[in-house]
Design a protein around this ligand. Structure first.
Ligand code: FES
Length: 103
């Protein structure tokens, strides 16, 4: 069974569509893609940059450091220089609250 951790609320995603949180020292980026919520590890697999400080365009997050891209639904790299997938986490919403499970 998954253990769910409450990490933020929908309103946190309103401005940028992406929001960074820490869960027990684990940096997590949370995304709103047309009302569907996704979560990935917040650190780019190419370098030490926070994806939550990047730019979300549809289901792609652009890393703020070298403009690499990841698909936030799958974690797959979607643009150079990123070649290694970023970890994703299961998400569920209950009303305004967003929960992730660390798998
Ligand atoms: Fe993210 Fe280089 S650190 S693309």
């Amino acid at each position: 069974d998954l253990t769910w951790h409450e990490i933020c609320v929908l309103a946190d995603l309103e401005d940028e569509g992406v929001y960074g949180v820490e869960l027990g020292g684990l940096p997590i980026a949370v995304y709103d893609v047309d009302g569907e919520i996704f979560a990935t590890h917040d650190i780019c697999t190419h370098g030490l940059a926070r994806l939550s400080e990047g730019f979300l365009d549809g289901d792609l997050i652009e890393c703020p450091l070298h403009q690499g891209l990841f698909n936030v639904k799958t974690g797959a790299p979607a643009g150079a220089p990123c070649t290694e997938a970023v970890r994703t986490f299961p998400v569920k919403c209950e009303g305004e609250k967003i929960f992730v499970a660390i798998t």
